[in-house]
Design a protein. Structure first.
Length: 198
């Protein structure tokens, strides 16, 4: 109703101005008023559409959290599936324990959606790196003829699992205590941990 009233007043004002101050006459002044209303309405709709698109593009914390949780849980599911291919119960158990910490982290994000950006960093760096390591480990275990380098890499990965668990634990503790962890320091620790030959 407000929009209609504003457009009506605009059209009337344009019509009155054209009829009174120009030699156009009644008919052409009416056309000018109608044209002004159509142009103003088009511009108004364009701004409305842009505003709606902008509002839709703004990510709410809940939406961001849901997306991060879905992505993270899918990666954990893939890691858990890969762990089933590992013959060593001890190693597979360590990987499942790390996955459980990941699930705890995402459960915490459900409760605190405002932490979604930190969870995204966790998902995009720590979880991706962990997934890559586990997949590489399973791939190396499948090799029939293992060279000394492959055997050494398998041992290195197995020894890294405790350090990865500690890193995940620190991330979980930081979320639970709502502390901002020094992400750069954590990333450097994990990078150093995950440097492997070959």
């Amino acid at each position: 109703m407000k929009r209609f009233l504003i457009l009506f007043l605009l059209g009337t004002a344009v019509f009155a101005s054209l009829w009174r101050f120009t030699p156009l006459g009644f008919l052409l002044s009416s056309v000018g008023g109608a044209a002004a209303v159509m142009i103003a309405n088009t511009v108004w709709r364009m701004f409305d559409r842009r505003g709606k698109e902008r509002d839709a593009a703004i990510e709410t914390p809940q939406k961001a959290a849901s997306q991060v949780i879905a992505e993270g849980m899918e990666k954990l599911r893939q890691v858990s599936n890969a762990a089933r291919m590992i013959p060593s119960n001890e190693t597979a158990g360590k990987i499942r324990a790390i996955c459980k910490i990941g699930v705890d982290i995402f459960d915490e994000i459900k409760k605190k959606p405002h932490l979604a950006s930190r969870a995204r960093q966790f998902t995009n760096y720590y979880l991706d790196a962990f997934k890559k390591i586990v997949e590489q480990y399973v791939e190396l275990l499948d090799k029939k003829d293992r060279s000394p380098e492959v055997t050494a890499t398998i041992g290195k990965i197995e020894s890294m699992l405790d350090q990865i668990r500690e890193t995940f634990d620190r991330q979980r503790s930081g979320l639970l205590e709502n502390q901002i962890l020094d992400l750069n320091a954590e990333i450097q620790v994990l990078k150093n941990t995950m440097k492997m030959e070959g």
